[in-house]
Design a binder for this molecule. Structure first.
Ligand code: ZN
Ligand code: ZN
Length: 334
């Protein structure tokens, strides 16, 4: 009666089951960082995954964790594969029980006093797997400038998953995007906080959000300059944190200072914003004589507290962007 089942069980023993993974409509497949602290989800172009990516190593675009290529299934794909394996096993067992019962019933002697029959409810069940569906498309599509592999992420990516390359220019552009998003999101955050935590909390948090945009911008540009300056030698520690010194270093390297890429009033504005960052970082935003002298900012008197506005942030990002485009231009022609 159970011959079919026993046969199937023997056949299934030690067998592996493959579950296909579908690509999304743009031809990208989902991957997830195996580092438990990170678990960053991203997508890679399916063609590039076979032709450019290497079996030995794949890098996480977010944390640069390194692992062989078979370690990057998403948690969802793994769960799906487990569920599919179970469904196929159940289906196979069910079907062999069903065919066993049919054989048993057929074998019943016709003219017997006692008749026995066996019933397995339900029709035949599927014994094939259904492929894992691809997750929604991701917004930011990136092509590595070094190995040309294509991948996409939500938010930002620092490293190429195929070669681990860290793009200085992309990282910088990502940082500017992040600063703008923070600035633009401040009203929504304020509204949400007023409703949940009250006006005080909302005001404090939003002011600090806007203020951090200034130092985010200065630090992002410092890292950008350090990365781009690599070909020209070593700059003194933290030199690119100071506007004048940064301009002088570029002047020395490519014979172009910041005055080539920015108008005079833009440089003056940047000078003020750089000094404000310094004041926020080291003097809790309270204006002192040194600030007034160094920044030339006549709006404040000593002892006042700085006010950073959304338009300050926008001005900073716009000027830094202009400088970076100028630097990229001379570096690519160098
Ligand atoms: Zn990661
Ligand atoms: Zn790459």
């Amino acid at each position: 009666m159970f011959e079919d089942l026993i046969k199937e069980m023997e056949r299934m023993n030690g067998q592996s089951l493959s579950v296909a993974i579908e690509s999304d409509e743009k031809g990208y497949i989902d991957k997830q960082c195996p580092n438990e602290e990170c678990e960053f989800i991203f997508k890679v172009n399916e063609e590039d995954w076979t032709s450019i990516f290497k079996d030995e190593a794949v890098w996480c675009p977010f944390c640069r964790h390194e692992a062989p290529s078979d370690k990057w299934f998403t948690i969802e794909q793994a769960e799906h594969a487990k569920a599919e394996a179970l469904a196929v096993m159940k289906g196979t067992i069910h079907n062999s029980l069903r065919s066993g019962a049919q054989k048993f019933n057929r074998r019943q002697p016709k003219n017997s006093f006692i008749s026995m029959s066996m019933k397995v409810t339900g029709g035949p069940k599927r014994t094939h797997t259904i492929p894992a569906k691809a997750a929604d498309l991701m917004q930011l599509e990136i092509q590595c400038e070094s190995c040309e592999s294509r991948f996409s992420v939500v938010g930002s990516a620092y490293f190429c998953p195929a070669c681990g390359h860290n793009s200085v220019t992309r990282t910088f552009r990502d940082s500017l995007r992040k600063i703008r998003a923070k600035k633009d999101g401040v009203d929504i955050v304020r509204q949400a906080l007023i409703e949940t935590a009250g006006k005080d909390e909302a005001e404090l948090t939003c002011r600090s959000l806007i203020e951090t945009c200034i130092s985010d911008g200065v630090v992002a540009f410092q890292k950008y300059c350090e990365g781009m300056y690599d070909d020209f030698g070593k700059a003194p520690f933290n030199a690119f944190q100071r506007l004048e010194q940064a301009s002088e270093l570029w002047e020395k390297a490519v014979q172009k200072g910041f005055d080539v890429w920015l108008r005079e009033e833009e440089i003056n504005m940047l000078r003020v914003l750089y000094q404000r960052r310094h004041l926020l970082a080291h003097n809790e935003g309270i204006v002192d004589a040194k600030y007034i002298q160094k920044s030339g900012d006549s709006k404040y008197k000593e002892g006042q507290r700085l006010i950073v506005s959304a338009s300050d942030v926008e001005n900073l990002v716009t000027c830094l962007e202009k400088l970076s485009l100028g630097i990229e231009d001379v570096c690519s022609n160098a």
